[in-house]
Design a protein around this ligand. Sequence first.
Ligand code: TRP
Length: 472
Amino acid sequence: MALSQSGATRDHWSSRSAFILAAVGSAVGLGNLWRFPAEAGANGGGAFVLFYIACVLLIGLPILLSETLIGRHGQSAAPESVRRVASASRASPRWDILAGIGVLAAFMILSFYCVVGGWVLYYIGVFIGDIFTSGVVGGAFANQSPEAIEALLPNLFANGPMMVGMNFVFLVVTLYFVARGVSGGIEIVANYMMPAFFILLVAITVYGAFGGAFGQTLDYLFTFEPEKLTGPVMLAALGQAFFSLSLGVAGMITYGGYVGRNVNLAGTSAIIASADTVVALLAGLCLFPIVIAAGLAVGAGPGLMFQTLPHAFQEMPFGSVVGLLFFVMVGFAALTSSVALLEVPTAWIIDRFRIVRPLSAIIVAAGAMVLGALAALSFNVLSDWHPLNFIPVFEGQGFFDVLDGLTAKFLMPIGAILTAIFVGWIADRKLIDMENGLGGALHLFWLFLVRFLCPIALVGILVVGIFPDLFG
Ligand code: TRP
């Protein structure tokens, strides 16, 4: 034990704002741009969105603060940070299992996340090509039928070598930044890409707002219809809040490990959670007006961004350029998240085995490439392979869906439940008091949420994950 490099020798964020940008970069990703609008559309709009915001405030934010607090106190990779908090609290070092689960989950998410990152790269290529065939001024996909545009995604899915190749490229770019270290690599990517991302998002949203359908979108996303707030909708919202804030997989424990003593964690966590939520809402405001104005279906689920949206670019002046910028923006957001995902297991290997950073990152990336290739091939040549067929909830699912389901339904909720119990009930009260930067009533309210509301809500996700038919 205690193999970690700590104190002055350990790389740190160069400033508080660098930490905020990197953490926002970790949180903002495909979860906001691809998953949030898809889930909001599939779950009926307003009720989902408003409940989602409540989940972020009452459950996500307290856990986010709990994770950064463990990391900042421990100043190490996630499992060692948990052990240090445990030892300062005279608790069992075995609580590090919560971070161990997180490291495993981050590795699994990384594997399939980079597959989707590969799809984004492919679409960037499609739109670059389209600028040459359709020209700059008119719409994208000149003279192509709607069926041909829809077929882009299934055609990609059917192309095994392309899927694996794009996955590889995306992972190598991720690896490059992680191998360069915290202040020299991870921070750089966030420093340049997050501002570029925000500018593109606002620009495309404003552009879409002028295309009409903005009022309809506001109605759709923010009208609260209580009868639509069913059990499955609530659980989808809570799961989405967790995924989007990068919680339950030791990600924020890891990033918190590079935060200096002088940073107020409560204020910083609030900024991170707000930024992530604002981006999710903006993504909705960006996507839906374009989709609604083109008369397309909002409930397309995962196909919304990759199949429905490209249609809309066909109708739009400068369609190929706007489409290209849109997918470049998605690529930036995805990259800052995949960098965070790779960092979690990499930091653990550096700490645990004292292997230098570049080699540690390569080892993790190589593993993620193997799982990722299997996930990519589960859309084509391996589509008949259902690895967990003997477990009812995974019956008939390919490897990609199994990775997604195992992490979202099991590892993430279990990691988060243990985090809430550890911080709320086990860790030393004085230590927590000192680290969290909250005072008085706010501190008590936070403690109440971490002790009671968070574990109960998370057990709910877990139970429904195991027994999906509970709500009929
Ligand atoms: N929050 C990321 C997104 O919205 C995805 C994600 C989930 C993640 N867990 C993570 C990123 C852990 C970094 C670390 O796309």
